[in-house]
Each structure stands twice: as structure tokens, then as C-alpha cells.
Design a protein around this ligand. Sequence first.
Ligand code: ATP
Ligand code: MG
Length: 449
Amino acid sequence: MERTLIKETTQKIGETVLLKGWIDTKRDHGKIAFIDLRDRTGIVQVFAQGSQVEGLHAEDVIYITGTVQARPEKLINPKLETGTVEVVAEKVELVSKAAELPFDMSKEDIEAELPIQLDYRSLVLRHKKIKSIFKVQQVIIDSFREALKAKDFLEFQAPSIISSVPEGGAEVFKVKYFDYETYLSQSPQLYKSLLVGAFERVFSVNKIFRAEPSVTSRHLTEATSLDAEFGFIDSYQDVLDMQEYVVRYIFRQVEEKCAAELKLFNATLPNLADKIPMIKLREAQEIIFKRTGRDCRNEKDLSPEDEREICKWSAETHGSDLIFISHFLSDKKPFYVYPDPDEPEFAYSVDLLGRGVEWSSGGQRLNDYQTILEHVKKWGLKEEDIELYLQSFRYGVPPLAGFALGAERMTMQILGLKNIREATLFPRDMERVDIRLSTVQPKEKTKQQ
Ligand code: ATP
Ligand code: MG
């Protein structure tokens, strides 16, 4: 018999069906038992004789042949998509036995600390609420793609192995590459910029690698970056507008396609005013000083505390949970940033903050070859290290700008998750690559012994 998917059962009242799935929960009532059977499309209640399901428990993979019955009015379960029916089991086959579970997976929230949940990632990812995080993330990433394709951007695959680190080397992973030393890419920045010379408008969904030296709730060592870059801009305002368009598009799609998932997290999408407000770094610091007395007015960047405060201010005074901060210090930014001609110590660089955390960084880039060369010297870089990049600008590149949004940060902030690891299928940090590194021997140590 052909398999029937669980969501199709409501259309098959009176028919005999073959269902294949996992036991989500089992309720024993002596001679009879109820099983909530789960497959990729949902959950349905199965009624069985106690003897048919003896010894079975949650996560066992079973095949059930049975008849679909309409439930009497008073037994309809409105919480279940298939709540109008139940399946009366005729035959129950055990296909794959599950080990005893380390915790109860039937609870609305798994009652185990995050590190334990990450240790049991394969199992935990089966939980309804956890799975829904990745449905939302899929919609975010799909929508990023759709929004930019609609504006004629070309998607490219960014390389991960790179030969030099012109953006600063402290947070980079080294990779032995035959007889050479290479690095894992922290950002596809130079590639996306040089590709503007070929395709005008490009974007990529790629992994970035950062040897983040501390363990925080918003940093991973391997993250997903949603990168875009485009040419023929009229001013750096264009990059704000493009980003705002993309973010609004993403929010609309998440709202439309993920209502059930948002509900599970009691989450609402961030409020956006008519226009996302934009202020300069120094203005933000002044506001923070006035509101809190904390003097950060000469700092080169906003601290996490400052980011939370300025988002609060934005929500209170502009009704917007998102805010752009521009004009970071030119010499604290990479060599390619475009200094504001009116105040060249500040750059046309723009961060987007949302609900207290940075979501993206971007800005206008230098496109004049001679100016780029001057910056390369001033920044103490070697031309040969970025030859491919320079080559593109030597042959003519229009005024350009771009941005990079963190996919996990967006997922975390939209759903109100406390830790970015929750928004990552297989999070990596200083202490974890799948399993906790403290449980394995560091290679060096083994060698020394
Ligand atoms: P932060 O200041 O918050 O550490 P950043 O300024 O170093 O971030 P960028 O280089 O601007 O990060 O990267 C662009 C975007 O990529 C960030 O705004 C963020 O959304 C995401 N991102 C960067 N680093 C990480 C990371 N280690 N883990 C998760 N997301 C990251
Ligand atoms: Mg940044």
C-alpha cells in the first residue's frame, strides 16, 4: 500500500491507510492506548489495542495500517490540524527502535539547559518548537534571495578559503593549504565588491568564519551571512533604502508564512515606522549620555549596552524597533570604506540595529582606483595580497555600496530567542564543535604527551 502523509488523513475518512512516522507521545490506558504519530507533515492520533503497542515508546519509528475515522463532535481536538479524525490501528510494525530519551520531549518547552540540549542536538531538533525556528530561518533566507532577485541581483557562491586577511587578522582561522597558509573567510566583502565590476548587482548566502575570542550570546565562530553589493549608487542613502526594502520584504514574508511558528514563541515582528530612522554614531552617543549619564561619546563603536539603549530610544521616540547608525570612524574601519567628504574622519558606514543587537553592517565603498591605493598604503596592506580586488577597480568600477545581514541574528531577534545558538542548527563556538570541546583531547596536548 502507498504511504499516506499525516496531513492527508482528514481527506481519507473511512479509508484504510498506511502511515509512517515517529511516536511523538504514547498514552497507555491499560487495554487500549493512544499514540500521537508524527511525520514531516504533522501529527495524528492513533487508537490502538494495548497489546499492539506494548513496549513501544516516544521516537520509535513505526508503520501503522489502519482506518481513518471521523471523531465525534465533542472529541474534536482544535489544537491539532488533524483533530477532526483519528486512525484506528489494525497493524503496527516497529521499524526502528529508539533508545530511552534523556528528557521529556512532549513538553511544550524542553526542560533542559541549553548546553545539554546542544549535546543532544540530533534529538532536540525533532521538537516542534525547535524545528519551527528553522522554518522561520528558511523563510528569512528565501526572502532575502527573493527580494534581491526581484531587483536584478545575481546570486554568487563566495569562496571560503582565502589567501590574505586585509580586514584585520585577529579573529581569523588559519588553514594549512598544502605547503601554504590560508585562512577561512571572515566575509565575502572583497569578492562581492569586485564582482560589481562584472555583474553590477550581486548577493550571496554564505558562511563566515570568525575566531571570536569570547563566548557571548550573539557570536558564533561559523555564521551565515546574507551579503549584497551593488553599483551605480547616487549616494550612500541608496544602501539604507535597499536594506530597508529587503528587511521589510523579509518581515512581510515571515508574517505571512510563519504565523504558527511566531505564535509558538509568542513573537511579533519588530515594529517599523514609515521609515527606519538613521542617526550618526556621535549623535547616538550623545543621546545615550543624556539618557543614562554613561559617557561613551569618544568611543569608536557602541557597546552591547549602548546598542540596547539606542534601540530603546528609537522605539520610544520613533516607534521603530530598528535603527540605522552611520558615520563610524574611518580609520577604525577597513581600507575600502568611503569617508564622508564633509567630515572625512567619519565614514559612510552604516550598521542596522534591531531590538538591541546589531543585525548588519554596510556602507559605501571606495571605487576610485588611486584612492583605494592610497588607503591600501595608509592601512599598511600589501597590494599583492589583494591583487584580484585591485584588478577589478583598475578596470573601472562604478560608485558602489553593500551590506551584510546575519541570518542567525535576525532569526534570534525576530523570535525573541535568548541565545544565538538556538538559531543555529549546529552552533560552533570557542567551546563547542558539535560536542563540547572540553570532552575531547586538544590535539596539541595529545602530541606533547
Ligand atoms: P559585532 O560587532 O556584533 O560583533 P561585527 O560588526 O563584528 O558584529 P560584521 O563584520 O559587521 O560583524 O558582520 C556583519 C553581520 O554579520 C553582523 O551585523 C552580524 O549580524 C553578523 N555577524 C558577524 N559576526 C558574527 C558572529 N560571530 N556570529 C554571528 N553573527 C555574526
Ligand atoms: Mg558590524
